[in-house]
Design a protein around this ligand. Structure first.
Ligand code: AP5
Ligand code: MG
Ligand code: ZN
Length: 224
């Protein structure tokens, strides 16, 4: 079974947290447009300079920009046996572009996982989030603290707080999600690949829910 997965959900719901675990379980790469854009901002590339003003406001970077990034990334060899898209697509136009990109490679999205959680909960999660500078692993000062304050358990990297994790920008990101990204629910429902799961509970419980969905589908496909 090839897993071509899309993770959809509001900011702070746990896409990155679960994505890293899925990558480890299935040995397929995770492609996070947010991580790629932040890396471009960090190194000060032309892409980073263009993206920064949108990201700081909590707005979406233009569709053409992210579609190009993902198009290039999906051509790489490591995506041949599956991939996990985290935070892409985020608009109907991106979803259409993704379909045409995949069509050229004779592929389709096999599973869209959409996480459902309340606004209060994502605000709680984002206000305490810390990320590793080196490997990107996400922590939370209360819900998922590192063994040593400010230091990544996995690689010893330094932890930092994202520029867009302040209250004003988080509220803007939530609005953008509701208006521009939530129409994807219907889009993928129509294609029969949508799986809605509750994003409430421990990181392990949510991971169980996702793998249940992914592997149950696998069994069904063997029967048919
Ligand atoms: P992006 O980086 O994708 O941000 P986002 O969608 O806002 O999502 P986050 O990364 O904030 O949250 P997450 O769901 O990954 O949560 P996490 O696992 O870290 O995008 C940033 C910006 O880039 C956008 O605003 C836009 O400008 C631009 N951009 C990116 N993609 C784009 C695109 N396709 N088109 C246009 N623009 C684009 O978890 C959050 C916290 O909760 C952590 O602290 C974690 O430890 C904790 N946590 C996780 N799970 C649990 C749990 N079960 N219980 C308790 N705590 C938990
Ligand atoms: Mg993320
Ligand atoms: Zn690390």
């Amino acid at each position: 079974m090839v897993y071509n997965i899309v993770l959809v959900g509001p900011p702070g719901v746990g896409k990155g947290t679960q994505g890293i675990r899925l990558k480890e379980r299935y040995g397929i790469p995770i492609i996070s447009t947010g991580d790629i854009l932040r890396e471009s901002v960090r190194i000060g590339s032309p892409l980073g300079k263009e993206a920064k003003s949108f990201m700081d406001k909590g707005a979406l970077v233009p569709d053409e920009v992210v579609v190009d990034i993902v198009g290039e990334r999906l051509k790489k060899k490591d995506c041949a046996d599956g991939f996990i898209l985290d935070g892409f697509p985020r608009t109907i136009s991106q979803a259409d572009a993704l379909e045409s990109l995949l069509e050229k490679q004779k592929k389709t999205i096999t599973h869209v996982i959409i996480f459902d959680v309340s606004e209060e909960e994502v605000i709680r999660r984002l206000s305490g989030r810390r990320l590793c500078k080196k490997c990107g692993n996400a922590y939370h000062v209360i819900f998922n603290p590192p063994d040593n304050v400010g230091v990544c358990d996995k690689c010893g990297g330094q932890l930092y707080q994202r520029d867009d994790d302040n209250e004003e920008t988080v509220l803007k990101r939530l609005k953008v999600y509701a208006s521009q990204t939530s129409p994807l629910i219907e889009f993928y429902q129509d294609r029969g690949v949508l799986n809605k799961i509750s994003g409430l509970g421990s990181i392990e419980e949510i991971f169980e829910r996702i793998t249940f969905v992914l592997e149950k589908r696998n069994d069904n496909s063997k029967d048919s």
